[in-house]
Design a protein around this ligand. Structure first.
Ligand SMILES: Nc1nc2c(ncn2[C@@H]2O[C@H](COP(=O)(O)OP(=O)(O)OP(=O)(O)O)[C@@H](O)[C@H]2O)c(=O)[nH]1
Ligand SMILES: [Mg+2]
Length: 234
């Protein structure tokens, strides 16, 4: 199986070199993959780096459309992908490149449609989140599972594999708003799909800065309510 790894980035100039190096180290000679970075026109030195490091396997796209948006950037990357299996991960090294193979193993062995890299949301320390983010994540997970009658440990994860076929079948129904394209895909789908979860390490951000704001969490809440009404009326 071949994989397109989509990495949305915004002002991540301090992390990309390391991320590419570490992914290469983990995946070389193990799976065939391409890297697709989708940058939302960052006002830093990322572009300079892209010019020097572009190659057949590592592509950089600059999305000029405003306003910037994480989900739209991921969908943009999906559209550019060459392979039938899509991996999405963050560009700030909070997702450990070592875990890619963990997800791939489950994806290949169980022939499921989606594998989610799930953070252990047991305590805020274990999850490497600050207490407020931890409580918000727990609340959103709870809310998601109650209203959509699901049992997903970490539907808010930004680290997952999805079959391109699934994306294609729902792409016209996606809201593509804000941070969580994974729940957008899951909720836009009306066939039965198999979802597996794998525990992952979630590191604290070392370089660069977070783009997560309370506004985004609120947007996510509204997003779920919109999806709920669409879902109920399906
Ligand atoms: N293309 C694009 N990428 C984004 C945007 N916002 C965030 N990102 C990227 O998406 C990934 C996750 O964003 P973060 O800001 O790290 O969000 P987070 O991991 O939930 O928050 P922290 O734990 O505080 O880092 C990173 O690779 C960001 O660079 C955006 O508007 N457009
Ligand atoms: Mg982050």
């Amino acid at each position: 199986m071949n994989y397109s790894i989509i990495i949305p980035i915004y002002k991540e100039e301090k992390n990309i070199v390391n991320l590419i190096r570490r992914i290469e180290r983990e995946l070389k000679n193990k799976i065939r993959y391409e890297l697709i970075f989708v940058d939302d026109d960052s006002e830093d030195d990322s572009k300079k780096f892209f010019k020097q490091n572009k190659n057949r396997n590592t592509k950089f796209y600059i999305r000029k459309k405003k306003p910037r948006d994480l989900s739209k950037s991921v969908a943009f990357g999906f559209e550019k992908s060459r392979y039938n299996n899509l991996i999405v991960m963050d560009g700030d090294l909070q997702h450990n490149p070592k875990d890619i193979l963990k997800l791939v193993k489950v994806y290949q062995n169980t022939k499921c449609d989606i594998v989610i890299g799930s953070r252990e949301l047991v305590s805020y320390k274990k999850a490497n989140l600050n207490p407020i983010r931890f409580i918000c994540s727990k609340f959103l997970n709870f809310f998601f599972n109650i209203i959509f009658k699901n049992k997903i440990l970490d539907p808010m994860s930004g680290f997952f594999i999805v079959k391109k076929e699934i994306y294609k079948s729902v792409k016209n129904k996606l809201l593509l708003l804000g941070y969580k394209i994974l729940i957008d895909i899951i909720l836009s789908n009306n066939k039965k799909i198999i979802i597996k979860e794998v525990k992952i390490n979630f590191n604290v951000r070392d370089k660069g800065f977070s783009k997560m704001r309370l506004k985004i969490l609120f947007q996510l809440f509204i997003f779920m309510i919109i999806k709920f009404f669409k879902y109920e009326n399906k």
